[in-house]
Ligand binder design. Structure first.
Ligand code: NAP
Length: 250
């Protein structure tokens, strides 16, 4: 019988959880536990790291899981690499539900960079007003350019003092809309946007807003992951579940 381990933490993972529940497919939803009050799921839910790839392999075996779906954020590179390793070890079919990366459109003023350090380097030296829309992880490198006024948007209020001396914090959970993000950027007199190329509709609002305002964007490219099968829609995952397993290692 099919039993899915679903690695979540994204809007797409929540949509897939709904589809699995509706289809009556047995599944367990796994959260990293990064936010204080994760969205409730219509599936049995576990919260917290497994303890590395070996431990995830053990959890796959002991939990009787027949399939693993990685619907984590495109920048959650460690858990995704662990999933590839654990599935290779246990012979569990793996698929990643990944939203396509964003591509530049007319009017975009994007500087694409490889990582956070390169994003810091791409910011100007003269004091600017930066919407740092990269989440709570990876703020520290921006302390190298502490002359800027930073606007942070976080899911939970920060638990520790921020490493940035001039920072305003907005507490909000996506999805966001372009008009709202435009008003936010105007209100904070933003001159630059720094974002990760996460893809997806709800997180795209800030890029649409930056385009409308003619603002420069520093966009961090996705990390490189080990080879794996990927699909872009919930329907494709459901379809894959109906035939994968007879094709070990798909
Ligand atoms: P990461 O660096 O790839 O993962 C670090 C560790 O956190 C993993 O090795 C694993 O611990 C644990 N972990 C991550 N996702 C997990 C899951 N779904 N279930 C159980 N354990 C998990 O990931 P991250 O960047 O910290 O992201 C953590 C979570 O936040 C992910 O679920 C991701 O989808 C979500 N998220 C991330 C971002 C981002 O920009 N990185 C943005 C939005 C949402 P063990 O090794 O102990 O198993």
């Amino acid at each position: 019988m099919t039993r899915v381990l679903l690695l979540g933490g994204t809007t797409e993972a929540s949509l897939l959880a709904q589809a699995l529940a509706q289809a009556g497919i047995a599944a367990v939803f796994s959260y990293a536990g990064r936010t204080g009050a994760p969205i409730a799921q219509p599936l049995p839910t576990r919260i917290g790291g497994f303890g590395g790839a070996e431990a995830m392999a053990k959890a796959l075996r002991e939990g009787g899981f027949t399939h693993l779906v990685d619907a984590t954020h495109p920048f959650a590179a460690q858990i995704s690499a662990n999933a590839v390793a654990a599935c290779a070890e246990t012979g569990t079919p793996l698929i990643a539900l990944q939203r396509p990366a964003w591509t530049a459109q007319d009017g975009d003023r994007w500087t694409r960079v490889a990582d956070t350090a390169a994003a810091v380097a791409a910011l100007p030296d003269a004091p600017a007003r930066v919407f740092l829309a990269t989440g709570k992880q990876g703020l520290l490198p921006f302390a190298l350019k502490s002359q800027h006024q930073y606007l942070l948007r976080l899911v939970d209020p920060p638990e520790a003092p921020l490493p940035l001396p001039h920072a305003s914090v907005v507490i909000a959970r996506g999805p966001f809309d372009a008009e709202g993000d435009k008003a936010l950027m105007i209100g904070h007199r933003i001159t630059h946007l720094v974002a990760k190329n996460a893809g997806g509709l709800g997180a795209e609002a800030k890029l649409i807003a930056a385009r409308a305002l003619g603002l420069p964007v520093i966009l961090i490219d996705r990390p490189t992951l080990p080879p794996r099968s990927e699909v872009a829609s919930v329907a494709e995952v459901i379809d894959w579940l109906s035939h994968a397993g007879t094709e070990r290692g798909v």
